[in-house]
Design a protein around this ligand. Sequence first.
Ligand code: S3P
Length: 449
Amino acid sequence: MKKELHPAKHVGGTISVPGDKSIAHRAALFSLVAKGPVTVKNFPGNADCQRSLEAVQKFGVRIEKSGNTIALTPPESFTFSSDDETIVDCGNSGTTARLLAGIAAGMPITVTLTGDESLQSRPMKRIIAPLSEMGAEITHNDFHLPLTIRGRKLLPFEYHLPVASAQVKSALLLAGLASSCSVTIREDKTTRDHTEIMIGTLGEGIEQRIIKPVAVVDPNDPRKKKMEMPEPFKKEVTLSSRAVIHGGEVDIPGDISTAAFFLAAAAISGGTVTVQHLGVNPTRTAFLDYLKSVGATVAIKDKQVISGEPRATVSVTGGKRKPRRIAGETTVGLIDEIPIVAVIAAFTPGTTIIRDASELRVKESDRLTAIAENLKRMGIKCGLLEDGLAIEGGNELPGADFISFGDHRIAMAFSIASLFLVGPSTIDDDSVVGISCPEFYTLLDSITK
Ligand code: S3P
């Protein structure tokens, strides 16, 4: 439904946000490779994670809910024979589709994965190619969904990720777990490591090697030293063929990618927003570093590690904002936060440049185009680049009629923008926020006046 949005006179308050979507998907899907029950606390009620729950239920996992605690009990044995065909509708959820493809590839089953129009347009070659190399038989629609996966005993596999993607890394690790075969993955840019952590929390058999640059003698000038990477990658993850998931408990911290919208409102307004029990896994906190670098104050308190994942109370207070250039590994760290980074840039004097962000073109929408269109609607000068954006900050901007492009993060980002515009705005479809945070507008009301 179309929603009216109004400027805020004041932003501030303390909130908790729903459990982390990435961790919740993994906790649900791990029940397919676990020997015993998996209990998940603080499971979020969003539409995407519901897709992962429905998927595992189709495979015979029993689900019992009590509030936001979910107990997942795997069946004694998965009863599929290789002739069985199960159709799983992954809806809008890329994480369900890609991670489940990995699991299915390593099980003696046949499964067809499909999804909504947006998901059917998203690239799947990135998982089809390596899973096929491992021995899975996958038919596809020109490397898009629907995929039919005929799983089997897979071959040991070593892979250097050609695209910085935690979903691809996780799909291959889960394929290894499902098929009891060793998998080694090397990555050039650090991506979120929730799968690696969960293997350690619910089971065993994973090792990580972080490669650090070392000082070597400069061959051009033996008096000097230069920093060099001793290996042509940054991280190596090795899953043993004897890796096992026993089951156990996962307590999910708040989702930093959801909190980012409310923390951004603090950064733009100059007020203070505090988020309790927030996930602060270092592979996910680039947005907090970004906020500091553009002038906000960020305070992190009461840090503790639960289920292998760090969490803390995080407060952000807005300050005088300055623009910056984002590229390379910083863009990877901000991959889900670029829409809200663009909104902050719109209220920051000077030019913000975002590069190396072509992955945004294949998210739930073409996010670069969606951002540029909405910024234009609020009177911002924005250059749309092949792999990014150049955003000229403005002030005293008029209210606008925003378009979500069916994308939850676009709807949430421009709902935040509307708080700081002169006059009312609208968003064409407020229901899309339910993909990751159905509580979004209630939480927003609680921190705005
Ligand atoms: C996710 C990884 C990221 C992110 C997505 C969730 C995950 O995608 O954009 O929202 O849970 O692993 P890629 O791995 O494709 O970059």
